[in-house]
Design a protein around this ligand. Structure first.
Ligand SMILES: Nc1nc2c(ncn2[C@@H]2O[C@H](COP(=O)(O)OP(=O)(O)OP(=O)(O)O)[C@@H](O)[C@H]2O)c(=O)[nH]1
Ligand SMILES: [Mg+2]
Length: 692
């Protein structure tokens, strides 16, 4: 690379529904561009992009891969994001840092759930969009229909720049509407093509596609628009200049037709990217809190860490998108604005799959990896000390909705678990791992069962940690419903030093969420002052395991109002033991009940699934709190007990063919209905007995 300029950078995220052909397109680009000499295939697990063993085993992408290539004097940064629903966080992050979102739509499958997600993310990040109608070689490929759907569901600004010549088995090439040329391919997948005239039967269509592009493009230039409306011919140069602007402004969303595996149309796609996709300069300054990152080489250096990889092959890599300035790898430090830490850097790597190539200097617009950076976490702003000091908005990841409790198979597995999990958590921002203080479960939460299975399999393969899973326990609690009074008397006065403690405690229910209150109303020294703290301490200890089923007791007060003592035999321990007797009796006498956590759940589904979703909430003891229409989607808010929600991620997906999504968070505790409480108590007693 000679002297590089931000104007010469093209970064784009390939995003789509799972299996639309993103990784295959990435592979074809590398092949056609001469970066690789053999074209790999997803099914064979030998593509550059899907290099992780979990990806190769399952023939799907799991995390975003970065590929770097040079084309027509431009540097391409291609982010190949996974399409499977469990990994939408990866897709959103890729769109956030790329200058353009390239949304693939299969010519057979059309618009699917994650296609719409990709579109939403692109809208959210205000990213320029282009569409690739993929798999044109497949039987029943229907370019026209896909375009019509894109226009009606997403935007009328989607305008074809390529037209397919034939479809299915007869897909032999493309017409480049801009150039007014056709490119016909050898049917052998080598990507060899010949340039020619537009076939007669596509001449009209091509002319009107071009006209539509011109009409939209000239809007970018008032003077040109005037001329155009007066019927003057727009020159090719003017057209191309305004076309570029229109793409950056989302006034035109170019649509391509191609086939990755048959290798048809890919070189022309890349040439179009090089010529007309926006560069960082076209995108302009990026907002941070209190500053703007200007896409200029002489601006203060700023970058955003959007991915961390701790792969066995490569060690730790932090992926960054540079937004402004220049930084050389020689003798430089990088300053983590979020953490206030300054760190030496060794090198920058231009990544292609798992391979990195050293580059001495990075400039605004670059997307590279830095090896062995300790401090950088996903979402951190990186700069140089004393330079750019604002922070970029954090990268948003969806909150985990699917949880399992994990149990180490052996002691050795348990010892390694902590370190292994923390490595994986660094890489994976839609995963959490928490020890539940009440149930003592180690809870692993992610986006769905596929996600969790992959994490378990990574733990096994990379770190040799073997885990069993089970449904997490519900952190039930106990409380009381009426007042009770109970004496507790502990007395052992036969031989040696005796023990004597005697307390009278009144138990009263408190409001939900009030916790525990200790009241001391002893008068006249019935319980000596120095023993009262032991009573309170005892209560706080015993309430962690209630008499009903061993769950913490909450929302009650305990009033110590009377007692007796012995001058010699009373001790803190005797009073604690007396308290225990009072506590167990007092709670059981106060009409104890079980409480369960109830979640606020928000489900988004297309209209037609409303009935099913509501009915399903009923069977989960849920309460619908409200509904709102958002276009064709309905948002249902409900409160549902946590115990009914563990498999909801999977169930909702199958109930709505993947079109439903949801989020949930803890709302409050509520009484468990009697019949269910009985079962929980019985099950818990049985478990306790087994443990003993
Ligand atoms: N016939 C045909 N098949 C294709 C084409 N592109 C991809 N495929 C096949 O479709 C399947 C999925 O392709 P991928 O490239 O893995 O799709 P993806 O979008 O990367 O999938 P995820 O990353 O898992 O979301 C594979 O079996 C590919 O061989 C194409 O242009 N034509
Ligand atoms: Mg893929």
């Amino acid at each position: 690379m000679g002297v590089r300029k931000p104007e010469d950078t093209r970064s784009f995220a390939l995003c789509a529904h799972g299996g639309a052909g993103k990784t295959s397109l990435a592979e074809a680009m590398l092949f056609d561009n001469g970066n690789i000499t053999r074209m790999g295939n997803v099914q064979n697990g030998n593509t550059v992009s899907d290099f992780q063993s979990e990806e190769q085993k399952r023939n799907i992408s799991i995390s975003t891969s970065l590929l770097t290539l040079e084309r027509k004097g431009k540097t391409f940064y291609v982010l190949d994001a996974p399409g499977y629903a469990d990994f939408t966080g990866e897709m959103s992050a890729a769109i956030r840092v790329a200058d353009t979102a390239v949304i693939l739509v299969s010519s057979v499958g059309g618009i699917e759930v994650q296609t719409s997600k990709a579109w939403e993310y692109a809208e959210h990040h205000n990213a320029p969009v282009s569409f690739v109608v993929s798999k044109m070689d497949r039987e029943n490929a229907d370019f026209e229909k896909v375009i019509a759907d894109i226009k009606s569901q997403f935007s009328q600004n989607a305008l074809p720049v390529f037209l397919p010549i034939g479809a299915g088995e007869k897909f032999t090439g493309i017409v480049d509407v801009l150039k007014g040329k056709s490119y016909t391919y050898k049917p052998d997948g080598t990507g060899k093509f010949t340039e020619g005239e537009i076939p007669a039967d596509l001449a009209d269509e091509s002319a009107s596609a071009r006209e539509a592009l011109v009409e939209a493009a000239v809007e970018m230039d008032d003077a040109l628009m005037e001329k155009y409306l007066e019927g003057e011919e727009v020159s090719q140069a003017d057209f191309e200049r305004t076309l570029k602007k229109a793409i950056a402004a989302k006034r035109i969303m170019p649509v391509f037709a191609l086939s990755a595996t048959a290798n048809i149309g890919v070189p022309q796609f890349m040439d179009f990217v090089a010529d007309y996709f926006p560069s960082p300069v076209d995108i302009g300054a990026i907002d941070a809190d209190g500053a703007k990152a200007e896409p200029k080489v002489d601006a203060p250096f700023s970058a955003l860490c959007f991915k961390v990889m701790a792969d066995a092959f490569v060690g730790k890599l932090s992926f960054i998108r540079v937004y402004s300035g220049t930084l050389s790898s020689e003798g430089s430090n990088i300053y983590n604005v979020d953490k206030g830490e300054d760190e030496r850097i060794s090198s920058f790597k231009l990544m292609t799959g798992k391979d990195g190539k050293d580059v001495k200097e990075v400039i605004a617009g670059d997307i590279v990896a830095i090896p062995k950076l300790q401090s950088a976490k996903v979402g951190n702003t990186l700069a140089t000390k004393g330079g750019f000091s604002a922070k970029f908005p954090p990268i948003e990841f969806p909150k985990p909705v699917y949880s399992v409790a994990v149990i180490a198979k052996t002691r050795a597995d348990e010892d390694k678990l902590g370190t292994a999990i923390s490595r994986i958590l660094e890489e994976d921002c839609s995963l959490t791992f928490e020890k539940n203080a009440e149930t003592r479960d180690n809870v692993l939460s992610g986006m769905g069962d596929m996600h969790i299975n992959i994490v378990l399999s990574k733990l096994k393969e990379r770190y040799n940690v073997d885990l069993d899973t089970k449904t997490p326990q519900v952190p039930y609690r106990e409380t009381i419903r009426k007042m009770s009074e109970a004496q507790g008397k502990h007395k052992k006065q036969s031989g040696g030093h005796g023990q004597y403690g005697d307390v009278y405690i009144r138990y009263r229910p408190l409001e939900r969420g009030e916790g525990f209150k200790f009241i001391d109303s002893v008068v006249g020294g019935a319980v000596p002052r120095n023993f009262i703290p032991a009573v309170e301490k005892g209560l706080r200890e015993y309430m962690t395991s209630g008499p009903l089923a061993g769950f913490p007791v909450v929302d009650f007060s305990a009033e110590l109002y009377y007692g007796s003592y012995h001058d010699v035999d009373s001790s803190e321990m005797s009073f604690k033991l007396a308290t225990r007797l009072s506590f167990r009796k007092g709670i059981m006498d106060a009409n104890p009940v079980l409480l369960e956590p109830v979640m606020d759940v928000e489900v988004t589904v297309p209209d037609q699934f409303m009935g099913d979703v509501m009915g399903d909430f009923n069977s989960r003891r849920g309460r619908v709190m409200g509904m709102e229409a958002h276009g064709k989607l309905q948002v249902v808010k409900a409160q549902v007990p946590l115990s009914e929600m563990f498999r909801y991620a999977t169930d909702l997906r199958s109930m709505t063919s993947g079109e439903g999504s949801f989020s949930m968070e803890y709302s409050h505790y509520e009484e468990v209905p009697g019949d269910i409480a009985k079962k929980v108590i019985a099950a818990h007693k049985k478990e306790d007995e087994e443990e003993e």
